[in-house]
Design a protein around this ligand. Structure first.
Ligand code: FES
Length: 620
């Protein structure tokens, strides 16, 4: 970073497309200035200069001299046109900064195709008609209700809020009330018979996005689903960045906790606004997430997970109330947070195992949640093995020269044939960059044609001429070892999208990490590729990646495209299962103890395994 805040001189500048004028102390980075004024300049690396997502076009001032981070993350054309990394330069007086990419709505996988869920919820409603109060029977309201309830539900304590509800009912108590039981407590008492109305919400808290589903606990139907970018995104794109922020002190833990709770609150309000369900009718919330996200949801400092010996505060399931977390449903509503397996194999993977029936499926199966932290589970018969592979953010388009998340304008598919390149762009928009699935496709296609060698080297234009003269013209030299032009616009040359040699290297590092995890688990279980029956890809990236491409780049073993199954938001489905079915919840609680966790960094020949896994397979 070029400078820090050293004076109290105020600098004025403007951000586009918001047309927002700001004033900030001299020395403030462009990124900090934007964040301080709610201008959504994107960041994945939290200002370290490594992700390249914070790029802005600098105008109306002297464009700063590019530093090493700018040169690594921006193309020569972008640099020449005045693009710079916002986290690397201080704000200049009267400058205009344009961020055409910004924080676009990310494509989110809200559902899965994992089928119906058995219905035996933890939440119960029981209608009781107490003996009426008279001058001869001055028994307290609660005692009279308890007398009726004991026969069907035993002795259950009410929360204070339930007693306050009861008091508000007055004489109508004698006409009958419905008691609501959740988390082994009576959480509410309602007038009359309301047993037909019973609701809960199931959440999947991802590092990038949060998905919540409002569920009818009487019918098992999903009534509404909503999702949003995790408000913690301004603190970095992965759990390592988030934990580095929490290490600044407890007030930073609070900020991250407030951020994720604010996202959840927005999702709850969004779901309720679209239905006739009242906030006080939501009696239970279930949450699954990685271990860091679950800690932060609960306001627990996750910092210790980030340094040796990488220990979380808790891996067991946690119960709390919505009121304790400040969530806008019934204050006594039960909050259930899924158990984790280990520091980097969290409740989201427990939910994935639950929803895909791992441990009880036929055959030998590998399940992978591809993300910045790749989580991998291997089923061999009834045995389960798991590990975590730090893939980094390349699959989310970060640390890729012209990478971006899977949002409008991202190249998501690439097909190369007879000298031409066809691309699919999300929303059919003007291409702005390339996202993870597009990156995998592009590299898989160039490997297939032979323009990328199995070592990962991009051929020069001269070398490529004999293979395909048309495509050879798309290979241009640059200081990173060349680039392949995926898309170019004659009118706006600065809008060209290149796949650079260093991007191929980043993909090799990311896929090498995940494949190394798969290989290590297979060795641990004594399995060869021929022994595998199925590969399950979960999560947003897993839903959009082409199975053939995943095999072509060696992300997964070659089991044939038909044996690769994308299951969408399997973690979200597992969260719904825990909400709708006590049986499923009990299984989720039991699952971590059945998993043999393998720590990759403790594997003796890890570096060798990783180097092997980084190579690309020979094209067939
Ligand atoms: S935030 Fe600037 S490069 Fe990542």
């Amino acid at each position: 970073m070029e400078s820090s805040i050293t004076t109290s001189i105020t600098v004025h500048s403007k951000f586009l497309p918001e047309d927002c004028k700001i004033a900030c102390p001299e020395g403030t980075t462009i990124l900090d200035a934007a964040q301080g004024n709610d201008i959504p300049v994107e960041t994945v690396c939290s200002g370290k200069g490594t992700c390249g997502t914070c790029r802005v076009l600098v105008r109306n001032t002297q464009v700063p001299i590019p530093n090493a981070h700018d040169r690594r993350r921006l193309s020569d054309q972008q640099l020449a046109h005045g693009w710079r990394l916002a986290c690397q330069h201080p704000v200049s007086e009267d400058a205009i900064y344009t961020h055409p990419v910004g924080v676009r709505p990310i494509r989110v996988v809200e559902s899965s195709g994992l089928g119906k869920i058995r219905l035996d919820p933890e939440v119960q409603k029981i209608y009781v008609k107490p003996a009426p109060a008279t001058l001869h029977n001055q028994t307290a309201d609660w005692s009279r209700i308890q007398d009726e309830l004991a026969a069907v539900a035993g002795d259950i304590d009410p929360t204070l809020e339930a007693l306050q509800n009861l008091a508000e009912l007055g004489e109508s108590v004698d006409d009958g009330v419905t008691v609501v039981i959740a988390g082994n407590q009576i959480v509410s008492v309602e007038a009359g018979n309301t047993t037909e109305r019973m609701f809960g919400m199931a959440f999947d808290i991802g590092t990038t996005t949060v998905v919540g589903a409002l569920m009818d606990l009487v019918t098992g139907d999903e009534i509404a689903v909503a999702s949003g970018l995790n408000d913690q995104h301004v603190y970095g794109g992965d759990v390592i960045s988030r934990m580095s922020v929490t290490m600044r002190g407890s007030e930073w833990v609070d900020r991250l906790t407030e951020a994720v709770r604010s996202t959840i609150t927005t999702i709850i309000n969004d779901c309720l606004a679209r239905t006739s369900v009242a906030a006080h009718e939501v009696y239970e919330l279930t949450f699954v997430g990685n271990t860091v996200m679950e800690h932060l949801l609960l306001g627990i400092d996750p910092s210790r997970i980030s340094y040796s010996p990488f220990v979380p505060t808790i891996v067991d399931p946690v119960s709390a109330t919505a009121g304790e977390l400040g969530l806008p449903v019934l204050s006594s509503a039960n909050v259930w947070v899924a158990p984790n397996v280990a520091s980097y194999v969290g409740g989201d993977i427990v939910a994935l195992m639950l929803s895909t029936n791992l441990g009880r499926r036929d055959g030998n199966v590998v399940a992978i949640d591809v993300g910045t932290n790749g989580e991998i589970v291997l089923q061999k018969g009834k045995n389960l093995f798991a590990t975590a592979a730090p893939a980094g953010p390349a699959f989310e388009g970060a640390e890729i020269t012209q990478g971006m998340r899977a949002a409008s304008g991202a190249i998501e598919r690439v097909h190369v044939s007879n000298g031409s390149v066809d691309i699919d762009v999300i929303d059919n928009a003007e291409p702005l960059g390339i996202c993870g699935s597009g990156l995998v496709d592009a590299v898989a296609e160039l490997l297939r044609i032979g323009l990328i060698a199995p070592s990962g080297r991009l051929l020069t234009a001269d070398e490529a001429k004999d293979i395909d003269p048309g495509l050879a013209e798309r290979i241009v030299p640059d200081e990173t070892g060349g680039a392949f032009i995926l898309h170019e616009s004659k009118d706006q040359p600065e809008q060209a999208i290149h796949l650079h040699a260093q991007d191929i290297r980043q993909l090799q590092l990311a896929k090498g990490s995940i494949r190394c995890g798969v290989n290590v688990l297979m060795q641990h279980a004594g399995l060869n590729v021929e022994d595998l029956d199925e590969i399950i890809l979960a999560g947003a990236f897993g839903s959009y990646i082409d199975p053939g491409g995943a095999i072509a780049i060696g992300l997964v073993p070659d089991v044939g495209p038909d044996a690769i199954k994308a299951v969408g938001n399997a973690a979200g489905h597992g969260s719904r299962m825990c909400l709708l079915s006590l049986t499923s919840r009990v299984r989720a609680i039991d699952l971590p103890a059945q998993v043999d966790y393998v720590e990759l960094s403790a594997v003796e020949d890890f570096q060798e395994e990783f180097a092997i896994a980084m190579g690309f397979p020979n094209p067939i």
